[in-house]
Design a protein around this ligand. Structure first.
Ligand code: HEM
Length: 409
């Protein structure tokens, strides 16, 4: 096989989705790959050792690596995701308190309370699209926890915009334009909120996420502009609401393998955590991560010149049989026997979140997914006939019908 493929790979990504890099790796019989992506040389890699290589700032930088359409929808221009070195470390320090137990338990408590408030209204409806209903629950809970004021009327439009920003980042056409409009609208609204807090018109609860973003200073010592503060505030609220994808997947898993319901209900030590990890490993969400080679790089005899792309095959690594026995079997027990190694399970990035780009919301994501999976197992509902397929050529994907449930009295 030729070392550098010349097929229009951006097109392959759009048509093949999550299977794109794993299929190429399989054809190569290897854990790394050289190819061209929109005319640029690229190195693709996976595995715990590759994770450490990828997260070494002497090898890969993020600035200039993320395409404009991804920034205009998913992350926001000027976001922490795009920074390197000192600028990154300073900005990241705003997010690091999310790793603390207070944030993990506090956010989960607020979101679980919002779930409990919503359940009676679900009973009154014939059918509930769990994906959409969960987004509304999480939006209410995370805003309360973060100190962001939100009236009941504002909940649904905000939840819809937050989902749209994630849903439209990897596609052209109407989903993408909806995502851009959603981001423009919410960046404006959150920037106004920051301005109001700074002027004293709105009170932010002391030490809340809202309070902290208004006072955060960058490496230069300057306060964040209202727009950048809005971008980073959204980088807490938006991905938390994106947990709706994992909750829909958790419901899908409980539908296909209902034996896990009893173990979730029983409160068995460690099982809910193992279940949350397996949902994050098994189901597709982030396909891969990308950066730019700082210098000419060689990985396992494959080369990429300075300025070329380096892609970490996230979905492929989470299903690599060298790391996971029977990778396509949903088996939470694997994490009871063996808690995930730092650089093995990487649905939210790898290496150390304190120094690199790994997701600072990972512990929150696991905590929220644990409690909402338990709530789901406790809920009395049936799933009416619906399309449960999860198309792998759609990024991000989910059960086609959004997991429709009928909540019983
Ligand atoms: C649905 C659950 C989530 C998924 C799948 C997810 C996934 C990811 C991934 C793949 C990255 C990129 C890592 C890298 O570039 O190396 C990331 C970064 C990030 N995530 Fe998450 N995340 C989730 C939830 C959260 C939550 C709940 C928060 C905050 C409360 C959060 C905040 C962030 C931030 C701020 C970054 C950028 C970090 C940096 O560049 O230093 N995420 N996330």
């Amino acid at each position: 096989m030729s070392p550098h493929r010349l097929v229009p790979e951006s097109l392959a990504l759009l048509t093949e989705g999550y299977a794109w890099l794993p299929d190429l790796m399989r054809a190569e019989g290897d854990t790394s790959l050289s190819l061209r992506v929109v005319g640029r040389r690229a190195l693709v890699l996976r595995g715990p050792e590759a994770v450490r290589f990828f997260y070494d700032e002497d090898h890969v930088r993020r600035h200039g690596a993320l395409p404009g359409p991804v920034l205009s929808t998913l992350f926001g221009h000027g976001a922490v995701h795009t920074l390197d070195g000192d600028a990154h470390r300073h900005r990241k320090s705003f997010f690091l308190p999310l790793l603390e137990t207070d944030a993990v338990t506090g956010s989960a408590e607020h979101i679980t309370a919002a779930w409990d408030e919503a359940v009676p209204s679900w009973r009154a409806q014939p059918d509930v699209v769990l994906f959409d209903a969960t987004a509304r629950v999480i939006t209410r809970g995370v805003c309360r926890w973060a100190g962001v004021p939100l009236t009941e009327d504002e909940e649904e439009p905000l939840a819809r915009d937050l989902l749209a920003m994630v849903d439209g980042f990897a596609t052209a056409g109407p989903r993408h334009w909806r995502a851009r409009r959603a981001r423009t609208r919410q960046e404006r609204r959150f920037a106004d909120l920051v301005t109001d807090v700074r002027s004293g018109t709105v009170q932010a609860p002391a030490d809340s996420v809202l309070d902290r973003v208004c006072h955060h200073r960058d490496a230069s010592g300057a306060a964040l502009t209202p727009r950048i503060a809005a971008v980073e505030l959204l980088n807490v609220i938006r991905p938390t609401t994106a947990l709706s994808w994992f909750v829909a997947f958790a419901a899908h898993a409980l539908h296909r393998w209902p034996e896990h319901k009893e173990r979730l209900r029983s409160g068995e030590a460690g099982f809910a955590t193992a279940f949350a990890h397996e949902v994050r490993r098994f189901y597709p969400f982030a396909p891969f991560l990308g950066g730019q080679a700082v210098t000419d790089l060689t990985w396992h005899s494959r080369h990429v010149p300075a300025g070329g792309l380096v892609l970490l095959d996230v979905y492929g690594q989470n299903h690599d049989e060298r790391l996971w026995k029977d990778p396509y079997t949903f088996r939470p027990e694997r994490f009871l026997d063996h808690p995930p190694g730092r650089d093995e399970l990487i649905p939210q990035g790898g290496a150390d979140p304190r120094t690199g780009h790994r997701c600072p919301g990972e512990a929150m994501a696991v905590g929220i997914l644990e409690t909402l999976s338990q709530r789901l197992a406790d809920l009395s509902y049936e799933a009416p006939p619906q399309d449960l397929t999860i198309p792998l050529n759609r990024i991000p994907t989910r059960p086609r019908g959004g997991m429709i449930i009928r909540v019983l009295a």
